[in-house]
Design a protein around this ligand. Structure first.
Ligand code: NAP
Ligand code: ZN
Ligand code: ZN
Length: 348
């Protein structure tokens, strides 16, 4: 048995209990490992879905958190690219098989053996996420936080940033393209900033008008309320690309109607209730209905460098771990501008 490192954390003990203090064991760094002091961890809506078992795949106790930034505390003997004191990040997964096609193609997130950062297993060991004070990770799954990004505002890039950067890039957001972002939360606000930085004409589709001014401040060129049927009809066949970040059941057909002939609607939000749509709305306009999950390690580094270059941090509300349950309630109501980030010093 190798020795372990006792680590303070916050955990969900069941789907119905509030998160509370919990102690976990991290492995001592092996030759390829890096041990980091966690400074900040973003709160993704996926944390809430899983803490409450909304996707029916949860195991407990669960320490959520996959938007992790910290500072390197020690490195194993094989580690050359990271040194003590470096600013680093961990996203949604901490291992994969490294041999399959997706792994070789830099899409480790689609490996069938991906070890997700929490609510998953890595070589038979339960994984625990970033609502904690330290974590040990293999160097291949660690990212560098570029100088110029503050650590707290960089944390949400590790999930919200890459999850929106990847489909925007893959489906060609850029000059001359009309892109719509549906849902202005953690993912949505990063999608707006990144799509603007890529040079696209960006519209926000939100449930009502409450976020209209805020969307403009983020750089969005247009804003539309999806609860206004007439507006939705006027948007018929307007967009080349839609990134749908909505976390709950919503009207997919109304959104499909706003996609151009041959255009694409990409789901990144994962409503626990699933989604329904009318096949006519795809077929009649040769539309594409797609999905996308986070991004690979190399592309996540590319996204971090892009966000540093274009000065695109997340807009955050910093909280103490003791306020995490209230933050979940507020996120559920859409009351967050735009990402809660935990100051992990509050665990001590
Ligand atoms: P979030 O901050 O809570 O934002 C979700 C937004 O969806 C809200 O701000 C709201 O925007 C809209 N919304 C919420 N409930 C709605 C409803 N009933 N009807 C219509 N719109 C509603 O969540 P997030 O962290 O951005 O995550 C969004 C979703 O993406 C979650 O399902 C999460 O699990 C998923 N996700 C997927 C990936 C991936 O790899 N594909 C990665 C991370 C997260 P408005 O107020 O503007 O309407
Ligand atoms: Zn996430
Ligand atoms: Zn693999």
């Amino acid at each position: 048995m190798t020795a372990t490192l006792s680590t303070k954390a916050f955990a969900a003990k069941s789907a119905t209990e509030a998160l509370g203090p919990f102690t976990i064991e991290r492995r001592q760094p092996q030759a390829d490992d890096v041990l980091l002091d966690i400074k900040f961890c973003g709160i993704c809506h996926s944390d809430l879905h899983q803490a409450r078992n909304e996707w029916k795949n949860s195991t407990y106790p669960m320490v959520p958190g996959h938007e992790i930034v910290g500072v390197v505390k020690s490195v194993g003997s094989n580690v050359k690219d990271f040194k003590v004191g470096d600013s680093v990040g961990i996203g949604c997964f901490v291992n994969s098989c490294r041999k399959c096609e997706p792994c070789k193609n830099g899409e480790e997130q689609y490996c069938k053996d991906t070890a997700f950062t929490y609510n998953s297993s890595d070589n038979g060991h339960t994984t625990y996420g970033g609502y904690s004070t330290q974590i040990t990770v293999d160097q291949k799954y660690l990212l560098k936080i570029p100088a110029g990004l503050s650590l707290d505002a960089a944390a949400p890039l590790l999930c919200a940033g890459i999850t929106t950067y990847k489909p925007l890039k893959f489906w060609g957001a850029g000059p001359g393209k009309k892109v719509a972002i549906v849902g202005l939360g953690g993912l949505g606000h990063m999608a707006v900033k990144i799509a603007v930085a890529m040079g696209a004409e960006v519209s926000v589709l939100s449930r009502g008008n409450a976020k209209k001014e805020a969307a403009k401040k983020l750089g969005a060129h247009n804003f539309y309320a999806t609860n206004d049927t007439k507006t939705m009809e006027e948007l018929a066949e307007k967009f080349d690309l839609i990134i749908d970040t909505v976390s709950a059941e919503h009207d997919i057909d109304a959104l499909l109607g706003t996609v151009k002939i041959g255009g694409t609607l990409v789901l990144v939000g994962v409503p626990p209730e699933g989604v329904k749509f009318n096949a006519h709305n795809l077929i009649s306009k040769r539309r594409i209905f797609a999905g996308s999950m986070i991004g690979g390690i190399a592309e996540t580094q590319e996204m971090l460098d892009f966000c540093a270059k274009h000065n695109v941090p997340a807009d955050i509300e910093l909280i103490k771990i003791q306020d995490v349950n209230e933050a979940y309630e507020r996120m559920e109501k859409g009351d967050v501008r735009y990402r809660f980030v935990i100051d992990c010093a509050s665990l001590n």
